[in-house]
Design a protein around this ligand. Sequence first.
Ligand SMILES: [Zn+2]
Length: 273
Amino acid sequence: MDAAQDHLRNGDLDQAVEIWKELVLKGGVYADSARLDYAEHLFDEYEYDDAYTQLHAVLAPWRIFSKSWLRAVEMVEQHEPEVALHLCMSAIDCITPENVRNPARASRLLHLAATCRRLRWEAGIRLTDTDLLAKIGHFETRQKQLRLLTVIDEPEVVDGQLHFWDRELLESLDRPSGTAIRLERPAAYYLKIERLLRAHDGGRVVVTRLEGADWTRLVQLAYNAKHSDDLQTIVTRNNPGTAVEWPPGRNQPCWCGSGTKYKKCCGANRPPP
Ligand SMILES: [Zn+2]
């Protein structure tokens, strides 16, 4: 297995594939790992059909309590979450009470239920009663925070409202590493919003500034959201924030909270409204 990974790192793909195929043919303890590594490579190359051919043996219904099965589903989740959800749901359907008398299996079942819950939530499918019984895992919590960050990082006018981050909060928020969400400098962020507001056809907009306490409250609310789409609603409807109307008068304090007059801040280079 290590040799195959070495070949892969050195760009010697044919050699790696040779080794994986040999291990699969031999069967035994390394066959699953070889299939999984090979499938992972195929997914990365967008060879989905070939990847599923490799995973077929690992994903057989009677194998749902094996580590390989869970790893295979998590691999599928990275590429085709809806397929992963389907696999988990079919697996849960096949489970009988006898199946889970063994504590190790019961614990796998809980893991499976949490995966189902997370996938449904991600897919924007309303959670079932059973999902709600499953514990919210670390991964789902992180996804919710990320989604929430995205909702407010990519401001848009919804129902005549727009929510934006307070300067201090923008600086202080702990962005999860390894994600596409990057911290913008306040100047760039407010310029982006000002442009968006100027381009908004509807005229007046209520802009709401979110501060640290609002963020904490939003995270709490997101925690209980049954549906990924609820997050936009949560941001639009549920937070206190500090709301002002846009556009402000030229001599009024700027909407961005800088304390400077609008005409000298975000409204600079703009004719009077
Ligand atoms: Zn401003």
